[in-house]
Design a protein around this ligand. Structure first.
Ligand SMILES: Nc1ncnc2c1ncn2[C@@H]1O[C@H](COP(=O)(O)OP(=O)(O)OP(=O)(O)O)[C@@H](O)[C@H]1O
Ligand SMILES: [Mg+2]
Length: 278
């Protein structure tokens, strides 16, 4: 069965008094962000989502997470419409959403604490997840004492500690330097190979989208729909060197081809093209 099904999902926001948008010459006080998104994602699949800035990727993730209500249509997990945050879903944001007053270990323990897992068990489990990311020696550090890459590792460890069925990641590596980013991509894949949870990962980096994915979903400009789905047939486990291969280069051209017009539509010019630089 599909783990996630998104069916003709639409989302319109009512703007604040005095605000308006003009689309095709018509002015409105409502903005249509998702314009009928259809998408199914298999159990254990790693899907990456690319699309122009402001196209509705984060809103789509929020609806799947149960944080935002759809205007019509539905997001389903295991066949059930998502109406509120689902206990089997974990979310990792771009900004390091760690509790600054908790150590790395206490941050990872948090989700287990909420679920009522006993002290010893949650400590052991949290340590095991920190271990996976090579962070055991840093368990007593507070977020402010960790680098950005380490903070994001802790955030991912925290998300995974609850054995999520669905892991939603919204540009989790966007704030990291290029080398740290490449390393974290490999670390994430290594761990995903072990646990095979279903991942939906939003990114502006075409290379990141290709390197991680089983399939890349290219979204249109707002109101977002699925423009194209590209199967990534590169061997797993994925070695970093795959980025230098001919197949990778071909995928890069293909994804950019699908994205280019949408980025142009979203911006009305080419100014955003640099956001998608490889
Ligand atoms: N609560 C809200 N009220 C009104 N408009 C909203 C609200 N939340 C999001 N939007 C609008 O929805 C559109 C899509 O936003 P979203 O954050 O999903 O884009 P995105 O594809 O994630 O962009 P980026 O790549 O820049 O993160 C934007 O135009 C945004 O202004
Ligand atoms: Mg976003």
């Amino acid at each position: 069965m599909d783990r996630i099904a998104v069916r003709d999902l639409r989302k319109t926001f009512q703007l604040k008094p005095g605000q308006s948008v003009t689309v095709d010459g018509r002015t409105s006080d409502r903005v249509s962000v998702l314009g009928g998104v259809d998408l199914t994602i298999r159990r254990g699949e790693f899907v990456t989502l690319v699309g122009p800035s402001g196209s509705g990727k984060s809103v789509l993730l929020d609806v799947i997470a149960g944080l935002t209500e759809a205007s019509s249509g539905a997001a389903e997990i295991d066949g059930d419409a998502v109406a509120r945050p689902h206990p089997g879903t974990a979310y990792v944001f771009q900004q390091y959403a760690l509790f600054p007053w908790r150590t790395a270990l206490e941050n990872v323990e948090y989700a287990l604490e909420v679920r009522g897992v006993g002290r010893k068990e949650r400590r052991d489990k949290a340590r095991a997840f920190l271990d996976l990311f090579g962070l055991r020696a840093f368990e007593d550090r507070y977020p402010s004492q960790l680098s950005g890459g380490m903070q994001q590792r802790v955030a991912i460890a925290r998300a995974l500690s609850n054995d999520p069925e669905v892991l939603l990641m919204d540009e989790p590596f966007a704030a990291l330097d290029a080398q740290t980013r490449d390393i974290l991509q490999s670390e994430l894949l290594r761990i995903w190979e072990q646990i095979k949870t279903t991942v939906v990962f939003v990114t502006h980096s075409i290379d990141e989208a290709i390197f991680l994915a089983d399939r890349i979903v290219v979204m249109t400009a707002r109101p977002a729909r699925v423009k194209e789905i590209i199967e990534i047939d590169l061997p797993r486990p994925r070695e970093p060197g795959v980025r230098n291969g001919d197949d990778f280069t071909r995928y890069r051209a293909r994804v950019w081809e699908a994205l280019r017009d949408e980025v142009r539509k979203a911006q009305g010019d080419w100014s955003l093209a640099s956001t998608y630089a490889h």
